[in-house]
Design a protein around this ligand. Structure first.
Ligand SMILES: [Zn+2]
Length: 168
């Protein structure tokens, strides 16, 4: 079993606490079999609120994937000890131009190689606390987003989003 941390880095303008919206966010990953090195042909969505049974009554996992090449069954689950939801990307992280962890996943028989931020996120005005709960990061928009914070009287934006997967 390997524990992998998913981190992001972004340029936040007058924003803080960027995170996926909702517990049921669909985290999109590229997955690779560690036995035969075959990569899953598609992006795979993993929702922390959904579990599937592992064959042979070996419990449950958020993702159960049978590799088409070697036919082995692999699983991925969110590490519950890593506080989901309270992990956010802050204005300070942005200022320091550093990556911050958003989630840790336990992978058995496979590994995650890429994370795609595609989906709905939330963020708060860095000074105003204004909640932006429909921050859409999509490949179509180049993973960039902008709006206007009425309360703070400033434009807000998210640019240069990068993702990283590394051993936790
Ligand atoms: Zn395989």
């Amino acid at each position: 079993m390997v524990k992998l941390a998913v981190s992001i880095k972004a340029q936040l303008e007058a924003l803080t606490d960027l995170k996926p919206a909702g517990e049921d966010f669909n985290w999109m990953f590229k997955v690779k079999c560690t036995s035969c090195r075959e990569e899953h042909p598609n992006w795979v969505g993993i929702d922390a609120t959904e579990t599937r049974d592992i064959s042979g009554s070996r419990g449950e996992a958020n993702l159960v994937w049978r590799c088409q090449m070697c036919k082995r069954e692999h699983t991925v689950s969110f590490d519950e000890s890593f506080k989901r939801g309270s992990a956010v990307y802050t204005f300070e992280d942005s200022e320091e131009q550093r990556f911050a962890k958003l989630a840790v996943l336990e992978c058995r028989g496979c590994e995650l190689t890429e994370f795609d931020t595609n989906g709905v996120w939330t963020a708060k005005g860095a000074e105003s606390g204004t909640v932006f709960d429909e921050v859409e990061l999509s490949n179509e928009s180049g993973n960039e987003w902008s709006d206007y914070d009425e309360k703070a009287g400033t434009s807000v934006s998210i640019m240069e989003v990068e993702t990283k997967i590394a051993r936790a």
